[in-house]
Every structure is written in structure tokens, then in C-alpha cells.
Design a binder for this molecule. Sequence first.
Ligand code: HEC
Ligand code: HEC
Length: 379
Amino acid sequence: MHIFSLAPLLLVMFFIFAGCSSTEDSKESLEVDITNSVILGKALFQDKDLSFTRSMSCASCHSLDRAMTDDREEATIGASLGDDENSLGDRNAPMVTYASFSPKFSSIRNVAFRGGQFWDGRAMDLVEQAKGPFLNEIEMQMPDVSSVVARVMEKESYVTALEKFYGEDVFDTDERAFEAVAQAIADYESSPEVSTFDSKFDKSEKGEILSTDLERRGESLFVSSGCSTCHTFRSVDKTPPLFTSYAYQNIGVPKNSALRLINGVSSTYIDKGLANREEYNETYQEGLFKIPSLRNVAVTAPYTHNGVFKTLKTMVHFYNTRDVPGAINPDTDMPWEPSEVMQNRFNGIGDLKLSSQDEDAIIAFLKTLTDARYEALLK
Ligand code: HEC
Ligand code: HEC
């Protein structure tokens, strides 16, 4: 065991002892324990030993340096490279910052859908989601649950912490241990450290700073253009706005042909979004994707489920001119390619009659949604 892998152990031990010393105050020690599972989850999230070739962690595709999206060169094409440094997926890695606010996946009579994790909501929540990548054949490529648990057990610090937080018998079955690993990761992903709510937008809401005229104009255009019907300002409980209702919609994104040329997925394959899931394969469910939060969006290019749009300018111009004959995609200097799925396409967008300056104002507003620690990445 090299010295760095001792760091989480030392931290965990520190908090355990800190907890024990304040013997009378059980509430305080409980808080200390919660902090510990966050620390454990963060270590697991970044641990490359948990992938088959020991070269990839969750953070490889969800970099802590960029709102927990994929910041590797290859990802600019729209999808993520796998553990084998060769396999390329067909979907864009969404940000993990603010992902914890998505409610559990729900469907009302198989017509109205909401929440869940992944672009198609196929994981109910963060715990279920966290189990996926380890075993995914083009992500971390571990053969089975037991092999993941065996890798976790290589580190005494993890064993101690998992037993401490999830019970002495947590390793009785591989399934239980795996569940606990996923829970710790979810605890980390749900921690205030990951979702900081300290963007310029948040600060101006609190009256701490003044937004510029351009940003304010962008915000009102964002509302008047209908963006906020899907990317809503409505906040749940006391949570500041997340700029999504977590509903499912089809905005008519084209295929990512450049990606399909190199990832081995047939150019005739259609990503039907929600309807890719066996249980929701009706025509009226085709093309629906979860509305993403727009927090940190200015630093998380490329955009949409397949990463087909390279800049915010392209994204906003698409909303503005999708249905305008002859309108040009700034990424390709060619007319917009047809939507991958025409069914259920939302028609309240596509010809918004915004000027280029209006588009820039909306972009200026979107930039204010960047967490303080990522502001340096803004261009
Ligand atoms: C090889 C790259 C890769 C690795 C490694 C990876 N992910 Fe992802 N992640 C993705 C992609 C791509 C998606 C979107 C897939 C989809 O929607 O079908 C995704 C989706 C997610 C989401 C859903 C976010 C949302 O808003 O819907 C979460 C949360 C997440 N990953 C967490 C993790 C965790 C935790 C790990 C490690 C156990 C991990 N990821 C490992 C690429 C990766
Ligand atoms: C009908 C609902 C709806 C409306 C209206 C809408 N959006 Fe979206 N937005 C979505 C959905 C759904 C996606 C993801 C689509 C996909 O991946 O196929 C998305 C994606 C985005 C993205 C990319 C986010 C990312 O992380 O990839 C941006 C930026 C965005 N929208 C901004 C806007 C702006 C600006 C407007 C107004 C001009 C707007 N949206 C109007 C539903 C909507």
C-alpha cells in the first residue's frame, strides 16, 4: 500500500476519534459520522483501482476540476473514453454537481415522467446509479460485484470505514458491501461540497452583488423565450432554483454524426432516449430526455445527451432557429441536420426571432450560473 492511500484512513480515524472524545454529545458524533461517509465517498469516487485496468475512476469522466463533467480531450467529440482507453460511448457525460437534486424517477400513467439519474432516468436514484459504471463494459469494466468488493477490500482504510458506517457485518455478502460503497458515493455526491450554490446568480439573489444590464436582459429573454418553462426558476423547499423541472422533453437534437463515425455505433441507430428503456418503448415516449439543470452549463460543453453542440452560442442559436429554413449551425457552417427523433418534438421553440445580441445576452445570463470555484474557466 503506498502512502497516498493512507490519507483517507488517517482522516477517517481522526474523525472517529474526534467523535469518541466528545462522549456525552451523541448528536455531535453523529454529525462527525456523516462527514466521514462523505470523505469515504469522495475517496471512492476518485479511486482508479476500482476499474479493471486500474486506470479510471468516476472522476475520470466527472472531473472535480470542471463541474464533474468529462474534461479530457476526447470528450469534446461528445462522449467518454472507457477504461480500455479505446471504447467510446454514445452519450455525453452529464455533470454530477447538482445531480443529487433530481427526485427519484417517477412516471404518472406512463405519460408524464420526472427525475431519476442518466439522460433517460434509468437509474432510480444516485445509489442505483453509482453501481452501474463499475460493471459497465465500456466504462470501468469490472467483471462482477465480487471483483469490485475485492478491490475495495485491498484498502484497510475503506474496510474500517465501511464497517464503521454500515455495520460490522457489511462484508457478509458482496451485495451488501457493494450497496454500502454506492451509498457512500451517493452521500458524497449529495454533500454541500459538490453543490455549492455560490454562483453570481445566487449572490445577486441574496443581494450580495449586482448583475450587469446584459445579464439582466439575458434573464428576462430566458423567461420571455420560454426557456424557463422547462429550465424552471421554481425552487423546491428552500433549495435555490436548479433550472430544470426534471421532466422529459424532446427538443429535436440532431444525431452526432461525427461521434458515430468513430464510436462504432451505426449511423442509422436512433437513440430514442426514454423509449430506449424496455418498459417505456411506446411511440409517444420516443426522443424524450431528462431536462438538464443549467447550473455550471457555461463550463460543461459539449451539450445535450449526445454532445452534438460544441458551444453555448450553438445551443442557443439552435433553439432560436431550428425550424428556420436555411439557418446555419455555427459548429459546422452547414444547415441544421434533421432531428434524430421527430416524434413528440417540442414546437414552442425553433423560431424564437432572437437577434444575435439577444442570444449573447442569454449566454451572459447562463454564465452567471457558474459555481465560484469554476468561474476561472469561463471564457
Ligand atoms: C467512462 C466515463 C464514465 C465513468 C467512468 C463514470 N461515468 Fe458517470 N456518466 C457517464 C455518462 C456517459 C453518463 C450518461 C449516460 C446516460 O445518460 O446514458 C453518466 C451519468 C452519470 C450520472 C447521472 C447524472 C444525471 O444528471 O443524470 C451520475 C450521477 C454519474 N454518472 C456518476 C458516476 C459515478 C458515481 C461513477 C463511478 C462509480 C461514474 N459516474 C463513472 C460517464 C462516466
Ligand atoms: C420543452 C422544454 C425545453 C425548453 C423550452 C428549453 N429547453 Fe433547454 N433543454 C431541454 C432538454 C430536454 C434538454 C436536453 C436535450 C437532449 O439532450 O436531447 C435541454 C438542453 C439544454 C442545454 C444543454 C445542457 C447540457 O448540459 O447539455 C442548454 C444550454 C439549454 N437547454 C438551454 C435552454 C435555453 C437557453 C432555452 C430557451 C431558449 C431552453 N433551453 C429551452 C428542454 C428545454
